[in-house]
Design a protein around this ligand. Structure first.
Ligand code: NAD
Length: 823
């Protein structure tokens, strides 16, 4: 087409970017080696793999196929480097991250073209979005490296981090992983996706260029079955950070369960794009283009479910079809192209299969009249109408340029439809009525909500999901917690990073009495003292003829099983019975906890008042509670009185935090704000520690309810009476029914039921290492969050170990609500 013709038709002319520099760069280096300990090395297997240009279907370059030996070498290098890097001052780390950001900018065009060729993203996107965001991520985290010592006191790096990333935003996902890890003083071994390894290899060159110490960043290309698996299982890795599909995320949850490795999972989505009838429809159309045709729809947070208010549905669909006719598909290096090719032939076939299934299921499919290029893996933008919410295409992540649309009548129906998914990654709300938009946003189960915009990202605003979209956040201050752990875990003399030795003695029924090694002597002394009636407290009460019941939905209930279990004092005397809870009791408790979900929307002032009130009522009965602990544990009266006072103080702490653990307002580079709101997680199951029967229970329950969660608590297995006594306190403290439910019985059996339960959003477990493993394994079912102690014992009396931000962090999600403004 010549200029005159373009002038006549007003058609776009081609605007191709030259691939020459990138092709030369590839030619000089391939076959690529592995990047281990700052060096390029040959793979142990001697094998290489092709990486394909999806828009031509032809090989682009050869990269090394690593195996478990290479993983070993890389982890060894990372471990050695961690010794120094973890102690390198924040300012020094900040300088390195800053240098990386600068070098990314220096090589920005090469990176943009390379990414476009390897993945087939349009160059407009790699040039204007991916690469600038990568640089921004390193700049932003240079800042956190600088500030770590003052802003995260009491935290230290996790160690060596294994990082596994997908192919849809290859360099961007790398930056989301590596920048926070390095900023917090960790070293990394990163595996890029099989289809898109090239920009990660260019990144390795940058790491060399800036003189990052060897071993701090290691990059291994290869097959998931060889590299990914070995990395996940490697004992020298302290944390796995994964972005990818929910299925693989579930496998990793199971593989790491009980290993003590920290895990963060950024998984799939099926995000709603909600359009109310007062929305600006022209903006909506452009929004939809960005939501689902950006990056060929291969976006975890793609707005793939268009939910439209019924009265404007026809008008919007017609506008959308007209716009789809104008979308331009083709060579991703052409700057006038909107849509490139799908990443691989396998992915293309999967999209074709799901689209065919949508047609079979009765939905109406529409595609533009123009044809796709015949070479390469292209698929046209596709719109489904007449979609029923339960069908496959409305529920499954298609991960391609396929939009399914449905209608709703009222805002309530819109929220229900939006939340009718197992995912919870992102959502977009379109309305000119800010009241409506801001009313709907908090009701959406999603980690990010965009108001009148979509697919906006920034390093300052954490990104991550709920439910089967995974857990953990990337970006923002909240993302840093994924790469640190409390210092006390390693600094406490007895732990040294390994589980504290737990000794168990058995009562006459065979149940465990757990005491840490260093408590044994003390306890023996206490027993003697107590038997002589020290401080007015008696150990040897006669067995109490009383069966404390369980506490479900605000009522004292008998166990479904009809059985009770005896509770013993340390000498093996029966001092009472508690109900033997079972699956049915847990199910009832979960139902009650769900029904009490309104607690999350009660005011923080109200929640604080109730916590103070619980403290007040506990205080009125302090002496009785202290005696009860003496009875169960044989500890001294003074010691147990301290425990009760600590529990009262803890309730005060969380009453104080209830209206102070607030979110933030981010100011990303856009006209507008991002409201980072700390939200409750939902229903939390919790197995309380064996030690400190009252304080252990309060230390877990109080932060959870202060933040608006509802809970099902399994009290200390051998000393459950203190928690059970609390129900009388709760009943008189105006706590709504169902907010706290207490089920007694076998800790591990009940924990298993909670961890398996699909309606429990998070599970906390403070018990032996094997129990932690079982909880982590079972949680893979609905990908619930878990918080376990890996058998480490905490000092619950200690203000750092027993209360504080760690507990509040585990009780909340951060939801980022993007609100651009201006005409
Ligand atoms: P994938 O799960 O197939 O692969 C992701 C990565 O894991 C790849 O590097 C792969 O080689 C590796 N892998 C696969 N099996 C493994 C195993 N058993 N052990 C260890 N590693 C293994 O996902 P994908 O197809 O590359 O990416 C698409 C998925 O990623 C989509 O579901 C998308 O929603 C998700 N995603 C999520 C986010 C987010 O932030 N939530 C961002 C981008 C993509």
């Amino acid at each position: 087409m010549n200029v005159t013709e373009i002038f006549e038709t007003m058609e776009y002319g081609p605007a191709p970017e030259s691939p020459t520099l990138v092709l030369d760069w590839l030619k000089e280096r391939q076959p690529f080696g592995l990047f281990i300990n700052g060096q390029w090395v040959k793979p142990a297997s001697g094998k290489y793999l092709d990486t394909i240009n999806p828009s031509t279907g032809k090989p682009l370059a050869q990269v090394a196929a690593a195996n478990s030996k290479d993983v070993d070498a890389a982890v060894t290098a990372a471990r050695a480097a961690a010794e120094t890097w973890s102690k390198t001052p924040g300012h020094t780390r900040a300088r390195y991250l800053y240098a990386i950001a600068r070098h990314i900018q220096k090589h920005s065009r090469l990176l943009a073209v390379l990414e476009s060729m390897d993945n087939s993203k349009p160059i407009r996107e790699t040039r204007d979005l991916d690469i600038p965001l990568v640089a921004r991520h390193f700049y932003y985290h240079a800042g956190w490296a600088q500030l770590m010592a003052t802003e995260l006191p009491g935290y230290e790096p996790v160690g060596v981090v294994g990082q596994i990333i997908p192919w849809n935003f290859p360099l961007l996902m790398l930056s989301w992983k590596i920048a926070p890890a390095l900023a917090m003083g960790n070293t990394v071994v990163l595996k890029p996706a099989r289809y898109t390894p090239l920009t990660a290899l260019k990144f390795a060159e940058i790491v060399q260029e800036i003189g990052l110490p060897p071993g701090v960043v290691n990059i291994l290309t290869g097959e998931a079955s060889q590299v990914g698996d070995a990395l996940v299982r490697h004992p020298g890795v302290n944390k796995i950070a994964f972005t990818g599909s929910t299925d693989v995320g579930r496998t990793l949850r199971r593989a790491t369960a009980g290993s003590g490795k920290k895990l963060s999972l950024e998984l799939g989505g099926k995000s709603p794009f909600i359009v109310f009838d007062d929305a600006d429809l022209d903006s909506v159309v452009e929004g939809v283009v960005d939501a689902i045709w950006f990056n060929q729809g291969q976006v975890c947070c793609a707005g793939s479910r268009l939910l439209v208010q019924e009265d404007i549905a026809d008008r919007l669909i017609n506008k959308l079809r007209a716009r789809m006719e104008k979308l331009r598909i083709g060579d991703p290096l052409d700057k006038a192209v909107d849509i490139g090719a799908i990443v691989s032939s396998a992915q293309l076939k999967e999209i074709q299969r799901l689209v065919a299934q949508g047609v079979e299921e009765g939905a109406v499919m529409w595609q533009p009249s123009w044809a796709c290029p015949t070479e390469g893996y292209f698929f046209p933008p596709t719109l489904f109408t007449n979609v029923s919410p339960a069908t496959t295409i409305a529920q499954i992540e298609i991960f391609g340029p396929v939009l399914v649309s449905m209608t709703f009548r009222t805002p309530t129906e819109a929220v229900e439809l939006a939340n009718n998914t197992r995912y919870g990654l992102a959502a977009s709300v379109w309305s000119e009525n800010i009241n409506l938009a801001m009313d709907v946003a908090p009701k959406l189960k999603a980690g990010t909500v965009w108001v009148n915009c979509t697919n906006l990202f920034d390093a300052s605003s954490g990104f991550g999901g709920y439910r089967e979209s995974g857990f953990g956040r990337e970006g923002g201050k909240e993302g840093l917690y994924e790469y640190v752990r409390p210092m006390w875990e390693t600094s406490s003399s007895s732990s040294n990073g390994l589980p504290i030795a737990i000794e168990s003695t058995h009562s006459s029924d065979g149940s465990e009495q757990v005491v840490s090694t260093d408590q044994v002597g003390e306890d023996e002394e206490d027993h003697a003292a107590v038997s002589e009636s020290s401080n007015g407290y008696h150990l040897a009460f006669p067995a109490i003829d009383r069966t404390p019941k369980m506490f479900i939905n605000g009522k004292q209930v008998r166990p479904d099983s009809g059985y009770s279990r005896d509770v013993y004092d340390p000498r093996g005397h029966v001092i009472g019975q508690v109900g033997e809870g079972n699956r049915k009791d847990i199910r009832n408790a979960v139902e009650a906890a769900h029904a009490a979900g309104g607690w999350a929307s009660s005011t923080t002032h109200n929640r604080a008042q109730i916590l103070y009130y619980i403290a007040e009522n506990l205080s009125a009965r302090a002496e009785e509670f202290a005696k009860r602990i003496v009875e169960q544990t044989g500890r001294s009266g003074a010691d147990t009185a301290t425990e009760v006072q600590a529990a009262i103080s803890r309730l005060f702490s969380y009453a104080a935090w209830a209206d102070k653990y607030e979110g933030a307002v981010h100011r990303p580079p856009l006209r507008g704000v991002v409201l980072a709101m700390k939200e409750s997680i939902g229903v939390i199951g919790m197995a309380c520690p064996s030690e400190y029967p009252l304080l252990g229970f309060i230390s877990l329950v109080a932060p959870a309810i202060a933040m608006g969660n509802t809970v099902i608590a399994i009290p200390s297995q051998q000393s459950p009476l203190s928690a059970i006594d609390c129900y009388q306190v709760l009943e008189t403290s105006d706590l709504p029914a169902g907010v706290v439910n207490i089920v007694t019985g076998d800790r591990d059996t009940l924990s298993q039921v909670l961890a398996d339960h699909d309606d429990v959003e998070s599970m906390w477990y403070f018990g032996p290492a094997e129990g932690c493993k079982r909880v982590e394994l079972a949680s893979a079912g609905n990908m619930k969050r878990t918080w376990v102690n890996y058998g480490h014992q905490r000092n619950w009396l200690d203000l750092v170990q027993g209360e504080g931000e760690e507990f509040l962090h585990e009780s909340t999600h951060v939801k980022n609500i993007w609100v651009p403004y201006g005409e």
